[in-house]
Structure formats: C-alpha cells, structure tokens
Ligand binder design. Structure first.
Ligand SMILES: CC(C)(COP(=O)(O)OP(=O)(O)OC[C@H]1O[C@@H](n2cnc3c(N)ncnc32)[C@H](O)[C@@H]1OP(=O)(O)O)[C@@H](O)C(=O)NCCC(=O)NCCS
Length: 182
C-alpha cells in the first residue's frame, strides 16, 4: 500500500508479518547468497520463524525502534533493508541490507539505504547512521562507501557466527555529512 519507487520496476515497502510466507520463500531461494553473512537467514526459511521475526520488527515500529522493509522487483520479493537499531534517544541508527544477485548491479540497495538515511536524518533527527559488515564482505562495504560513509575501524571478534567470533568493520555517516552530499 505504501511504497517508495527505486527504479522503473523496483520498490521499497514495509515488510509486515502477513508477508511471512513470501519472506520465507525469498530466504529459501536466496540462502546461498545470504547465509555467509547473515546468520538469521537460515532460520527464516521456516514460515513460523519468519512471522515471529517480522512481528518483532512490527513491535519495534510501534515502539519507534527497529524496522524492516522489503524490495520488490516486478512484484517479486528480491531483498530488503532494516533499521537494525533505531534509537531516537541517542539520535543513532544502524542499517542492514540484503539483495538477490539477480537484482544486483542496479544500485537498488544504495538507493533504498539512501532513502532510509534521508528519512532518518531529515524527518527523525537522527545524527549518526551506522553500518557494520565483516571485512571480507566487500560488496557490503562498497555500499557503505557509495553512501559516503566513513570506515571508522574494526571491532575485533565482535560478531559470533559460524562457531567463531569474527571481526566487524564499523562505518558511519553523520547528519551534516549527509546534508553536505545532498
Ligand atoms: C551487500 C549487497 C546487498 C550489495 O548489493 P549490490 O547489488 O552490490 O548493491 P547495490 O544494489 O547498491 O548495487 C551496486 C551496483 O549497482 C551499480 N549501480 C548502477 N546504478 C547505480 C546507482 N544509480 N546508484 C548506485 N549504484 C548503481 C553500482 O555501480 C554497483 O555495481 P557493481 O555491482 O558492478 O559494483 C549484496 O551483495 C548482498 O545481498 N550480499 C549478501 C547479504 C549481505 O552481505 N548483506 C550485508 C551484510 S553486512
């Protein structure tokens, strides 16, 4: 019902709990692309788990906290974005993203994340937007760089995944930097 166009055929919309089956189906299709970087994807192939997770985001939205969005291309769910955190008390948030390879190379994620940053900064008074990725995830880091973010450094052993604790790159963009680019 409420959609933001990303190009001629793709759009960003809220990903609500009633879309759990569609989200689970997307996670099944795109698991090889997602699971190396996003451990939650393996659980979301089950519709009930997907619904429970989307409900947490719906509750987050109601509490003005975390939010989740989907990217549909020609009516098919091909990816998504989230405010993994959204903290108006501190004027900070963190964005997360994922996209099926067949929808890549068009800047859909950069445009979706840019729209989220514009809303967070201009409408909600967010001052600091964060982005976290593993150092080996060069495609994710490339989006952060394309958005004008600064790589602040590496949080050592900060993310438990694949039976170990991996390093995490921390990127950020401040409101003034966003406005200067706009
Ligand atoms: C990270 C991920 C979402 C990036 O997707 P992506 O398609 O590379 O990112 P974008 O949609 O912004 O597209 C960028 C590409 O479109 C191109 N592009 C075309 N038009 C563009 C435009 N108007 N604006 C920006 N980029 C544009 C860019 O040059 C770039 O091309 P490249 O693939 O040759 O480098 C994707 O690789 C993914 O889902 N990975 C698995 C999950 C994951 O790692 N998530 C992040 C965890 S931290």
């Amino acid at each position: 019902m409420f959609a933001h166009p990303l190009d001629d055929s793709a759009e960003l919309r809220p990903l609500e709990p009633w879309r759990a089956a569609e989200f689970a189906d997307y996670c099944v299709r795109d698991l090889p692309n997602l699971s190396p970087w996003l451990p939650w994807a393996e659980k979301m192939v089950e519709v009930d788990a997907a619904r429970d997770w989307l409900r947490l985001f719906a509750e987050g939205t109601a509490a003005d906290g975390r939010r989740i969005f989907g990217i549909w291309d020609a009516g098919k769910l091909v990816g998504g974005t989230m405010f993994r955190t959204f903290e108006t008390r501190f004027a900070t948030c963190e964005i997360g993203v994922w996209l099926a390879p067949e929808a890549g190379g068009r800047g859909l994620i950069t445009k979706a994340a840019g729209h989220m940053i514009g809303w967070a900064v201009e409408e909600r008074g967010i001052n600091r937007v964060e982005w976290r990725c593993e150092p080996a995830n060069t495609r994710s880091a490339a989006v952060a760089e394309r958005l004008g973010m600064t790589r602040e450094g590496v949080l050592r052993g900060a993310f438990p995944t694949r039976g170990t604790h991996v390093d995490v790159e921390l990127w950020s963009l401040l409101a003034d930097e966003w406005r200067a680019r706009a």
